[in-house]
Write a protein that binds this ligand. Structure first.
Ligand code: GTP
Ligand code: MG
Length: 360
């Protein structure tokens, strides 16, 4: 919708030009001519008013794209060692050492490799967050680490994680964990995974498998190397300059600091002081903190940061967009809230219909 004129918007949506102009007036916007391009925020507002679903497509045409770090999510069956593995990986992080081993929990962390490359890990507990984010169109994760306990083998949630990754078209790197246990049987795990359709590298496919022990801290470097290799194959790149496009990984409210969110920038640069709309909330970024809690002015792609200054609590998977003014931020937030409420009422209505017609 970006750059579209009223005339084009009318054509695309089947609404009359005058109806669209009325909406424009209602949202307090003036456009000199119906042939003037509308900004993307205005286009979104109009679309919401007429009940059209919009998705912001961020164009990187003409922008310089630079390599960026991969964003990795760890998934797997209950008790297979996801948290232990993340803890162990977190301790390999240079920043963790710099901060004297004390890292605050911000829902994500970065591991810097000796080569200078880095990997961003999301701390979010598994499937729920991943699905929620995917359902909301937030493709934050580039690679899934599928943790399978070497003694327990493939279990229901292992398969669930596999299908989540597949549906999201996100490549998997398998970490067979608990390899220190006497009952560990990595070969059996590999056969199980293969029989579930995972094309493992050593069997001629392209899914890497690494054997690790989170608690004994074995194989962590191998895992990190495998992730880097996978990310190199994917040639992950991002636009660095220009307005940020980011996603919320988790959000909380703190008595002193108010609502704050951990966000990962996908493209562009997020700058302190900017007005943002986050999901249906808005705010002006008062502070940006890096993963060790240090204040910073800017956040670049693949960098997890905590942002303060939001007026309400956003949800995991919400998009963060930068807008030009507080007025615009308020307007978009109000529009999105209205749309959410409309969708909710419609859903309630549909459920009532289903109850009224149980056979359908
Ligand atoms: P949920 O969050 O409950 O799904 O579990 P999780 O996947 O996060 O597993 P968690 O890291 O909590 O580990 C479960 C148990 O396995 C704990 O008692 C860990 O100490 C143990 N464990 C994790 N990794 C290893 C390992 O590499 N070797 C051994 N021997 N035990 C491990
Ligand atoms: Mg856990």
């Amino acid at each position: 919708f970006d750059g579209m004129t009223i005339v084009e918007l009318a054509k695309r949506t089947g609404e009359s030009i005058s109806a669209l102009q009325d909406i424009l007036v209602n949202v307090g916007e003036t456009v000199d001519s119906e042939f003037d391009p509308l900004g993307i925020d205005i286009a979104e507002l109009i679309a919401m008013e007429i009940g059209v679903n919009v998705k912001r497509l961020h164009s990187n045409v003409g922008a310089e794209l630079l390599p960026r770090a991969p964003v990795v999510t760890v998934m797997g069956h209950v008790d297979h060692g996801k948290t232990s593995l993340l803890d162990a990986l977190r301790q390999t992080s240079l920043a963790a050492k710099e901060a004297g081993g004390i890292t605050q929990h911000i829902g994500a962390f970065v591991v810097r490799m000796p080569s200078g490359a880095s990997i961003t890990f999301l701390d979010t507990p598994g499937h729920a967050a991943f699905s929620a984010m995917r359902a909301r169109g937030a493709a934050v994760t580039d690679i899934v680490v599928l943790v399978v306990a070497a003694d327990d083998g493939v279990m229901p949630q292992t398969l669930e994680a596999m299908s989540h990754a597949k549906a999201a078209n996100v490549p998997i790197v398998v970490a067979i964990n608990k390899c220190d246990k006497p009952a560990a049987n990595p070969e059996r795990v590999k056969l199980q995974l293969a029989s579930e359709g995972l094309l493992l590298e050593e069997m001629g496919g392209d899914v890497q498998v690494v054997q690790v022990s989170a608690t004994q801290r074995i194989g962590l470097n191998d895992l990190e190397e495998a992730l880097l290799l996978q990310s190199e194959l994917m040639e992950l790149k991002a636009r660095i300059d220009g307005p940020a496009q980011a996603y919320v990984v988790e959000a909380r409210i703190d008595k002193g600091r108010g609502p704050f969110a951990t966000a990962i920038v996908k493209a562009g640069t997020l700058i302190c002081g900017q007005h943002v709309v986050v999901g249906a909330e808005w705010g002006r970024i008062r502070a940006i903190r890096d993963m060790v809690g240090k204040l910073t002015e800017k956040a670049r792609p693949a960098m997890p940061v905590e942002i303060e200054g939001l007026r309400g609590l956003p949800m995991a998977g919400d998009d963060v967009i930068v807008v030009e003014s507080e007025e615009r931020a308020r307007m978009l937030s109000a529009g999105r809230k209205k749309k959410l409420e409309k969708d909710r009422l419609q859903k309630v209505g549909e459920e009532r219909m289903e109850i009224a017609n149980p056979s359908e």
